[in-house]
Design a protein around this ligand. Structure first.
Ligand code: MN
Length: 730
């Protein structure tokens, strides 16, 4: 049974000057907090945190990490809070304990199976301090070592999670020793029968295998010495059960040769000796060409370096050999933890540079980015800066890009869930649809059947799926509206041309027209008409019999003539300065709402029973009238007509100074313009300005602009505005 003194001694040995007081206080705190708890084995609970701290001390972690090992379960399993930890042990330890607690909770949120990859990612994504993961691995290792005390179903579940989530994380961090133990323990609980069978078989061959290993070791040592290659030692071992199991499964073979169980490792002092040793091996044992691997020149992504070969001896047996230096071996076994160690004789300096380099390489490998992220400080890193992982209420993990919102989440689940999304909860609390999802959030989407997407969702969704679905929906809706508008225009135009729309739509000629113009269906054509891309008349005119066409044109001309005559007689407002293009002798009137003057851009609008009103293009009424396109008629100013002046009303805002009205009227007279009327407010406005209204006679737009610019030149004038509505049109 482990005692605190053992942990303390371990830490003291590799780091004599560290703050052992912190460690002692952590131990006392943990002992008090877990006082009345017992493990499934019946032992006091404290055994567990002590063992975890022991594993971390064996990994030669810093004192904050080992202390975290002691405290890692107090927030989750006792009444202590993170605030308490922070107050007692400081920020560093509190952050580590918080990180471990969060990871433990993740396992509880994830209820669905076959999500190992995502859970693995989530653990790494939520960890901004790699030491948290190391504590969690030590925690899991001790739990696996004591798994036999739990009920069978729990054992299986935990073993499964260990095999799929934690062993791969250990692998990713290059920690092959811990990974191996986690895998063998998982195997034992996941497939007890197969484990037992294999173990018995291996045991039955143990003696012969060990004899074989000894023999081969001696011969290799002999050859290396003969050839003058320096080496530190030669290790021989029986392979791990899980790796034998995988190999048998992969190759669909049975275990019948002792050398399948053996693995030989040559440890050298220097890198060059690795290659010399490989040469010697290949000189005396025949290599399998495709089994030679140089992980020294090309290390694995997790930092592993070694030479691998498989050779066959004269007697026909073959075996695998790994060749590496002592340093390579240490990193192969311990991975990232190897970089964390306190350097011997260097006081409190960690080999930080190595660790940072290592993390950086790993981050690059995982993110597949060329520019290495700047690490905020030596231990902190963000392994997946581009992603965020969240849970559904049922525990399924959804992976999204960073800054994703509940809408992105909803569309990731199902298009319909996205379309009908009316609200969202994050971790049980209502959040806005713009909320940015955080790693580990449980997101619940609230839907209302029949609810439709909204265009402004496009302003904050992040995923292309959500964006495309929303856009698709908007396009669909617009299209439906266009088809409807198109159909109305089509029917109206058909009536004008004395055609029955139904008949036209069923005419084979129409199918030909659709094909020739790339419209798949009738609705596509109607949509084009609705969008204004296609004139209904262009389509329909083909269906009018030639004799009808002439008659229709004639009738239309005579109708227009009649309108003109009626207008002429009924209204004496005729303005002979305006020409209606294409139609002679139609009188028109200037719309009083905008009173356009010569030189301005104008449009004509056929009013029912009143004739053609002419509006300035700037006129707001005109903009509204433009919707009825068929009633818009092109109009223009006649250039050769005599000058009948227009009365235009201007509003001048000016500083209130004496003689200002006289100054304005003088100015107008100077530009040879007649003033019909001038009025001024009696009162000065609050801001010390005064408004003066003037009605002037101008011959055209240019003339008006001359007057306005002259007025603007008068000292004290702030603004000159043209008043649209005027009853005094010419
Ligand atoms: Mn624990």
């Amino acid at each position: 049974m482990i005692r605190f003194e053992d942990v303390e001694r371990k830490v003291e040995r590799y780091h004599p000057e560290t703050d052992l007081d912190l460690l002692r206080r952590a131990y006392i705190y943990s002992a008090k907090a877990h006082k009345d708890q017992v493990r499934a084995s019946g032992e006091p609970y404290l055994i567990h945190p002590l063992s975890v701290a022991g594993i971390l001390a064996d990994m030669k972690m810093d004192v904050a990490t080992v202390s975290t090992g002691l405290l890692h379960d107090v927030v989750e399993d006792t009444l202590a809070s993170i605030g308490d930890i922070k107050g007692t042990f400081g920020e560093d330890v509190a952050n580590l304990v918080d990180g471990v607690t969060k990871i433990s909770n993740l396992g509880k949120k994830s209820k669905e199976e076959a999500q190992a990859e995502n859970l693995r990612k989530m653990i790494l994504a939520m960890t901004n301090d790699i030491r948290v993961v190391l504590v969690k691995l030590a925690d899991r290792l001790h739990n696996m070592r004591t798994l036999s005390f739990l009920p069978a179903d729990k054992r299986k579940r935990i073993a499964q999670e260990t095999l799929e989530v934690y062993a791969p994380i250990a692998h990713r961090l290059g920690m092959s020793k811990i990974r191996a133990e986690l895998e063998d323990l998982s195997f034992q609980y996941l497939d007890p029968q197969e484990y037992k069978r294999l173990k018995e078989e291996v045991e039955s061959r143990r003696a012969s295998t060990e004899a074989f290993i000894e023999e081969v070791k001696t011969r290799i040592a002999q050859r290396l010495t003969e050839e003058g290659v320096e080496f530190v030692r030669i290790d021989g071992r029986i392979k791990r059960l899980y790796s034998i199991y995988l190999k048998l499964k992969r190759q669909k073979i049975t275990l019948d040769k002792v050398y399948d169980l053996a693995a030989i490792r040559i440890i050298t002092k220097e890198e060059k000796d690795c290659y010399f040793a490989l040469g010697v091996m290949h000189k005396y044992w025949k290599p399998f060409q495709d089994r030679i691997k140089d992980f020294i020149a090309m290390p694995r992504e997790n930092g592993y370096r070694s030479l691998h070969t498989s050779v066959v001896g004269e007697e026909g047996y073959h075996f695998e050999v790994q060749i590496r230096t002592e340093e390579m071996h240490r990193i192969a076994e311990e991975g990232i933890a190897a970089h964390w160690k306190y350097k011997e004789g260097k006081g409190s300096d960690t080999s930080e540079d190595d660790a940072i380099k290592w993390l950086r390489r790993m981050a690059e490998w995982q993110q597949d980015v060329s520019d290495a992220r700047e690490f905020v400080d030596s231990f902190k890193l963000d392994l997946f800066p581009k992603e965020v992982l969240a849970f559904t209420p049922k525990g399924k993990v959804i992976q999204l890009p960073r800054n994703s919102t509940p809408l992105d989440f909803a569309y990731a689940i199902h298009t319909q869930v996205g379309d009908q999304c009316t609200g969202a909860k994050a971790n049980g609390r209502i959040v806005p649809l713009k909320y940015q999802i955080q790693n580990g959030d449980v997101i619940e989407i609230l839907t209302t059947p029949g609810h439709k997407p909204s265009r402004d969702w496009l302003n904050f969704v992040v995923t292309s799926k959500a964006r495309n679905k929303i856009k698709h929906w908007i396009a669909e809706r617009q299209r439906a509206e266009s088809v409807e508008v198109g159909r109305k225009i089509f029917d109206k135009e058909a009536a004008k041309l004395r055609l029955k729309p139904r008949q036209v739509l069923e005419d084979p000629q129409l199918i030909k027209f659709l094909n020739d113009n790339g419209y798949g269906k009738i609705d596509d054509m109607l949509a084009a008409i609705g969008y204004g891309k296609l004139m209904a008349r262009t389509v329909l005119i083909k269906f009018v019999p030639p004799e009808d066409l002439a008659e229709i044109e004639k009738a239309k001309a005579s109708k227009l003539q009649k309108v003109a005559n009626v207008v002429k007689r009924a209204l004496r407002l005729g303005d002979d300065r305006i020409l209606i293009k294409g139609v002679d002798d139609v009188l028109v009137y200037r719309a009083p709402c905008c009173s356009p003057i010569r030189g301005e851009e104008i449009i004509g609008y056929i009013t029912r029973g009143k004739g053609v009103g002419v509006h300035a293009r700037r006129c707001k009424n005109a903009a509204n009238l433009m919707v009825n396109r068929e009633r818009i008629i092109e109009v223009a100013w006649m250039t050769d007509k005599t000058e009948n002046p227009y009365a235009v009303k201007l509003s001048v805002v000016t500083e209130d100074r004496t003689g200002q009205l006289a100054a304005l009227t003088n100015t107008i007279a100077n530009v040879k313009t007649n003033i019909r009327n001038a009025s001024t407010d009696d009162e000065t406005l609050n801001d010390g300005t005064r408004k003066i209204d003037l009605t002037v006679d101008v011959s055209d737009l240019q003339h008006l602009e001359r007057v306005v610019s002259a007025l603007k030149g008068v000292e004290g004038v702030i603004e000159v505005e043209r008043l649209n509505a005027t009853a005094q049109s010419a």
